[in-house]
Design a protein around this ligand. Sequence first.
Ligand SMILES: Cc1cc2nc3c(=O)[nH]c(=O)nc-3n(C[C@H](O)[C@H](O)[C@H](O)COP(=O)(O)O)c2cc1C
Ligand code: SF4
Length: 479
Amino acid sequence: MRNVATIKTASELRAHLDALGISLPFDDTVQSGPDSPLARPYVLGDRAIGNRFAVLPMEGWDSTADGRPSELTRRRWQRFGSSGAKLIFGGEAAAVRPDGKGSPSQLLISDETIGEIAELRAALVRAHQEYWDTSSDLLVGLQLTHSGRVSKPHDMKRPEPVILYSHPLLDQRFGVTADTPVLTDDEIAGLVEDFIRAAVLAQRAGFDFVDVKHCHGYLGHEFLSAVDRPGRYGGSFENRTRFLREIVTGIQAEAPGLDIAVRLSAFDFLPFQGGADGRGEPVPFDGKSYPYAFGGDGTGLGIDLAEPLAFLDLLTELKIKLVCISAGAAYNIHLMRPAFLPPLEGYRTPEDPLIGVARLVSVTAELKRQRPDLVYVGSGYSCLQQWLPHVAQHVVSDGMADLVGIGRMCLCYPGFVADVLAGRALNRRLICRTCGDCSSAPRNDMVSGCYTLDAFYRNRPEYRQLRQLKSQKQRPQSP
Ligand SMILES: Cc1cc2nc3c(=O)[nH]c(=O)nc-3n(C[C@H](O)[C@H](O)[C@H](O)COP(=O)(O)O)c2cc1C
Ligand code: SF4
């Protein structure tokens, strides 16, 4: 597998993509300056988003035990602010109540923490203003979530799953036992209230919008696949989207003026695991059709956009304009986070990661083509490394997405967007290598950050711990 970092020219990249048999359009040269495609503002309602870059939500597993941001959280948000991206799509996942934390160190939005979360947003905006003079064209959202099946509020080694239905392949993986209760319809109604309360607090803290998270296997996403669940919240598409409808209606009534966005896993596959050689392969499933992949075609490995398109229609009905397209979950992480190297305890990529990038880009483009009135933020570009701006420029110029979301690249190289917009040569030493360390650390109960390229994290004690772990554990090697 050839690492894209070694590809020096546009014709080499074209030949490489041809050899992989994928279509991933890109521009040979990247323009800079205020009129360049990536610098053009996007008008969203009565607000302008100053350019076409968004920072994707990224947790650091570094909040205090009671869910307040720490110094590390503030540093990350300040770097998001100074990056130059004019849309902060959610900052990071904030749990709407304690049992929905995905780790003991997840941000929690509550009456007690809201003052510090407001200060976190303000610090981001100040950092932005310091570098970019104005923040009037900066839009900042907060991602609201309940971790559902993936909840670990007290101890990273002790799953405390909150489930909507029993899943034949995921229950065991996430510590679901015969005693694990399934959330009742009444309990779901309580959870809807928690989301609404969290949105009211977010508005009070100054956020422009909240993202009602529907991706990556967390609770919002699990509703979309609750095909077997009886009652008001399962079975039909209408029932599976009732949770979203109730939250949105409540937010619109109780936090008027607050915008709402959704981050969606627009397709999903079977869970994956490492095979004998460490390479990812789908978990065997002996059913005739795999029904638990929202946006899947029933095979567990294919895409059918009929329901995602119906979901986008629902967003329009609910007067939601802003949607960020992602895919899959932690159980098939190559869909969401294409990477050359796997994190510890992960599986080796089952495909060239550029195939994963192309899949995300083309699905987003297809959704945009069929439902052009929504505003789309794309995800999963970091793996493109020095070619990211080339693909990003093509995507926004060609209307394949409205904004390009940056995840890992922003952790290791917060000045990336600024360098692209100014036409400066990229600093190759800071380009994300998709090495997985920012995922390996939290999987092993350490704060997350770029241990590979950010000296700040390399100087922390966790760096040594992570290196030790990497040398101890049999890490699957990339071919
Ligand atoms: C350390 C880390 C933390 C993340 N935290 C979140 C999160 O809180 N919410 C979310 O929706 N996605 C989260 N993601 C996924 C990213 O938002 C993004 O979708 C993914 O990294 C792919 O984009 P990229 O290729 O630019 O990194 C996280 C990813 C990483 C690496
Ligand atoms: S640790 Fe740094 S280089 Fe590695 S994937 Fe994360 S951000 Fe990229």
